[in-house]
Design a protein around this ligand. Structure first.
Ligand SMILES: [Zn+2]
Length: 430
């Protein structure tokens, strides 16, 4: 099923022609109207006419999250101050947020991309979507809402309210789909269990859209199993509109990124150089269809790769893989880029290993992983510990290309963090 079959199945040459035309247009507009970019172009000695092919996108400057905070609130507007009709901000934890302005056309276009994304998973006007994301400055509420309305769904704007009220609405309105944080989905599942409700029998939810938080494939499968529904990954970066930036289709094999609206690049986060297709690096995006606030080469800090080859669904917009981390977390050890999430994935694949671990880098790029043994289910016999240690070293080496030292510790020996755990101690930078 397609929302806009023509746009979603454009041939590669047509997508690229369209991208080049829209890129030239965007660069021309920001050079004229946005002093922030005009100054950057002058410093780099480039003019809009230098953009002759798509590869020339690399001549353009990057835009970072820090830039967006510097120009806060409206230093990147490419339209008059009275032109935008909506404001969203990204959820910054410290300091000023990143403010993103939408013109009427931008609001309309964001809804269009959400409509494409939802229909791609099989959503129709018959569906009842309960949007359990926060409404307000965060895009997860409103942007998803208007996209689903566009499809013709009944949208229940429940927001992140209490579980009691979510359940009441879900039962009374027979919600068939939910938009939900993965961590809340797991919490809600235990709430239902406590209430003696079997989601498979007692609820009508058949699809769940999850995003806004990093989560693993295991979490997706768990949510699918508990609710008896299909779970689709959604990438909704506020700087790029929010929900509908990239979304999984019915095949759940990576997220289609709408390339008629964005140029996607994968770069080496340490050097800023482009990486060959299929390699893992930082996602960089350029808006092509933004009126109020175009953004060039935005450093998303999200680590992913382009999935090679066509998708079975017939859409030609390339897919990006599940994120493996944030570039801020990347460690460079003996010239190799390593993400703590890679190490975590290996550790969590061993049942005998507990959830608490710490990664230490010191000396001449020596990597040590200290991890607790599981509290139950492991006898702790010396020879079994030694065998496990050896297996862990081999598996970690295969995953990261660096041979680590592994310390196995009794359960409860590492400090338990309040809030977000500090997993990496890089003594080289001390
Ligand atoms: Zn597909």
């Amino acid at each position: 099923m397609f929302w806009d079959q023509e746009s979603e199945t454009l041939t590669r040459p047509t997508i690229e022609q369209l991208q080049l035309k829209r890129l030239q247009n965007t660069v021309e507009r920001v050079a004229q109207r946005v002093p922030f970019y005009r100054d950057k172009f002058t410093k780099l000695g480039i003019v809009p006419a230098d953009i002759k092919s798509l590869a020339d996108v690399r001549l353009l400057p990057f835009t970072t999250g820090a830039d967006l905070r510097t120009i806060y609130p409206e230093g990147m507007l490419a339209v008059d101050r009275d032109e935008p009709v909506r404001l969203h901000t990204s959820s910054g934890t410290t300091g000023k947020p990143k403010a993103i302005f939408f013109s009427r056309k931008d609001v309309e276009n964001a809804a269009e991309l959400v409509a494409r994304s939802l229909v791609m998973t099989g959503i129709t006007r018959k569906d009842v979507l309960q949007n359990m994301m926060s409404y307000g400055l965060f895009t997860g509420g409103l942007v998803m809402h208007y996209g689903a309305e566009k499809v013709g769904c009944l949208v229940i704007p429940s927001g992140p309210g209490t579980s009691e009220r979510q359940l009441m609405l879900m039962q009374d309105l027979r919600s068939t789909a939910v938009h939900i944080l993965p961590s809340y989905a797991l919490y809600f599942a235990s709430f239902l269990e406590h209430k003696g409700i079997d989601p498979r029998k007692d609820l009508s939810v058949r699809k769940a859209f999850v995003g806004a938080e990093p989560h693993t494939e295991e979490t997706r499968r768990r949510i699918e199993q508990i609710f008896g529904c299909d779970v689709y990954n959604s990438y909704g970066l506020t700087e790029m509109n929010g929900p509908g930036t990239a979304f999984e289709c019915e095949h759940k094999a990576g997220m289609h990124l709408w390339e008629d609206n964005f140029i996607l690049e994968i770069i080496n986060p340490a050097t800023g150089e482009p990486l060959p297709e299929g390699q893992t690096g930082e996602l960089v995006m350029t808006t092509l269809n933004r009126e109020a606030m175009p953004i060039l080469r935005y450093r998303t800090r999200d680590i992913t790769s382009v999935i090679p080859g066509p998708c079975k669904c017939g859409r030609t917009h390339r897919r990006i893989a599940r994120f493996t981390g944030r570039s801020d977390d990347m460690l460079i050890i003996r010239g190799v880029n390593i993400f703590p999430q890679q190490i975590e994935r290996v550790l969590m694949s061993f049942q005998q290993v507990g959830r608490n671990y710490v990664i230490i880098v010191e000396g001449l790029d020596d990597l040590t992983v200290r991890v607790e043994l599981a509290a139950a289910g492991f006898d702790g016999q010396v020879e079994h510990v030694a065998a496990l240690q050896k297996q862990l070293v081999e598996k970690l080496k295969a995953e990261t290309y660096v041979r680590p030292k592994v310390d196995l510790l009794p359960a409860g020996s590492l400090p338990v963090a309040e809030g977000k755990a500090k997993r990496v101690i890089d003594k080289r930078s001390l």
